[in-house]
Design a protein around this ligand. Sequence first.
Ligand code: PEP
Length: 246
Amino acid sequence: MRRKLAAGNWKMNGLGTAQDELRAIAATPTRQTDLLICPPSTLLERAAIVASDTPLEIGGQDCHANPTGAHTGDISAEMLADCGASYVILGHSERRTDHNESNAQVAAKTLAAWTSGLTAVVCLGESLKERQSGQTLDVITAQLAGSLPDGATGENTVVAYEPIWAIGTGLVPEIAQIDEVHTILRAELVKRFGVMTGDAIRLLYGGSVKPDNAAEIFAVPNVDGALVGGASLKSHDFKAIIDALD
Ligand code: PEP
């Protein structure tokens, strides 16, 4: 039985004052849902202190594939773990677009995350052009194959399906479209990693998840939770999404 995961991606948002929102999120009672917030790296250590002795986990939003070295501005998986992070988001479409990250680079970062004991939240999703030209399933299966190294398990990996055109736009795919993609992703995971492991890897949906659409999305069988951007910045909204999942 897969546990649910409510994951918040704060992107480049949040100053020290955001600790109040974190405190409120950390205090949300849950039965079957794991809680994760990925703040900007400037807040990681403070967030980890707020989250200590609570069920809230803290994650990074990216890591370098190398453990140390001359990579100005980058941060390694080991550094994230050292700050108290237990997860890291990798291959977010904003990284793939802004920093030209390839599937191979995402796979290398995923290996680095595992080496430091982090769970990788590996993101994939099609553009609007790819959706409109009927390429969605080809794109997401190629991203899945290229971004996940051998050795993925239910403990070290979470996969997040995030259609690029749904991120931060208020647009959400039809429920049948989410169902179709998540069904294919599950089948691909089972084919590659076997039934036990393929069934254990959690699949999140991300893209304009809000309190008013969360319950409908979470009713899709292979949706094990959400990766939430904008609505995770306000504890009130994120708690409503957690409640819909739990
Ligand atoms: C995201 O950035 O991963 C995301 C899903 O953002 P939003 O919820 O704001 O669409």
